[in-house]
Ligand binder design. Structure first.
Ligand code: ADP
Ligand code: ADP
Ligand code: ZN
Length: 230
């Protein structure tokens, strides 16, 4: 469990999960968190929390999120920098859904340098566009613990009961509908996909086939984490 792993680990890992909406970033980040004691840092989750809490940043982010467009770098960085100050981040982080633009990637480099950390791996989870709509429109989440499920691909062992926490309430995201997904996919291709080349040039890129099973992908990612934290 986390304690044993952090004793043997010599370097705090910073992992980046790149991939379009529905690629499985959140699913895999949570599994890596459980297995390696790393901290999942999802800018989507942080932004949704800010919107729900009605913070100033949340109010400024809401319209872009509803439309499936990217929130401005300024707002995202404000939220991320805040979270990066928390002490648990020193254990190593899995960045899920960040960076999503070249500007964010450059800001991340500067931020990590200031914290004495560096990127261990940027992992591109590669999936077909056609699969995305199906993945995203069947997605739902436990309202209590945040565990992710899918109508077809990942159902709880007992219908209506969360495997992780026993919760019986589930939520669906307002932006997980066919029209918004199309906008989110085009934002991915135009603004985020160029980061694959950015990290390839830096020699930290790995590509993983995101069309495989959740457990097969988890094994591949686990092997990458083992390598960068050894
Ligand atoms: P992302 O965070 O990249 O948007 P999620 O991890 O939320 O993606 O996954 C989107 C949906 O697809 C969820 O309902 C999840 O349960 C399901 N899912 C994730 N990975 C796979 C996979 N490899 N095969 C089938 N379904 C998956
Ligand atoms: P998914 O992985 O399914 O695309 P996220 O939860 O990561 O969804 O993001 C949901 C929405 O939050 C995005 O459509 C976008 O509006 C906003 N968002 C999340 N992360 C970022 C980011 N790094 N930069 C800009 N906008 C972001
Ligand atoms: Zn739960």
């Amino acid at each position: 469990m986390p304690e044993a792993d952090s004793q043997t680990r010599t370097k705090p890992a910073v992992l980046i999960l790149l991939g379009p909406p529905g690629a499985g970033k959140g699913t895999q980040a949570r599994m890596l968190e459980d297995k390696f004691g790393l901290v999942q840092l999802s800018t989507g989750d942080l932004l949704r929390a800010a919107v729900n809490a009605g913070t100033d940043a949340g109010k400024r982010a809401k319209a872009a999120m509803d439309a499936g467009e990217l929130v401005s770098d300024e707002i995202v960085l404000e939220i991320l920098k805040d979270r990066m100050q928390d002490p648990d981040v020193a254990r190593g982080v899995i960045l899920d859904g960040f960076p999503r633009t070249t500007g964010q990637a450059q800001a991340l480099d500067a931020l990590l340098e200031g914290q004495g950390m560096s990127i261990g791996a940027a992992i591109s989870i590669e999936v077909e566009d056609d699969a995305m709509v199906r993945r995203v429109s069947g997605r739902y989440t436990c309202a209590t613990c945040g565990e992710g499920y899918h109508d077809e691909f990942k159902q709880p062992a007992v219908a209506g009961v969360c495997d992780k926490c026993g919760g019986t309430e589930f939520t669906r995201r307002a932006d997980d509908n066919a029209e918004t997904v199309a906008a989110r996919l085009s934002a991915y291709h135009a603004q985020t996909a160029p980061l694959i080349a950015y990290y390839d040039k830096r020699g930290v890129l790995s590509r993983v086939d995101g069309m495989g099973s959740i457990t097969a992908i988890a094994e591949e990612l686990g092997a990458i984490v083992d390598k960068v934290t050894a």
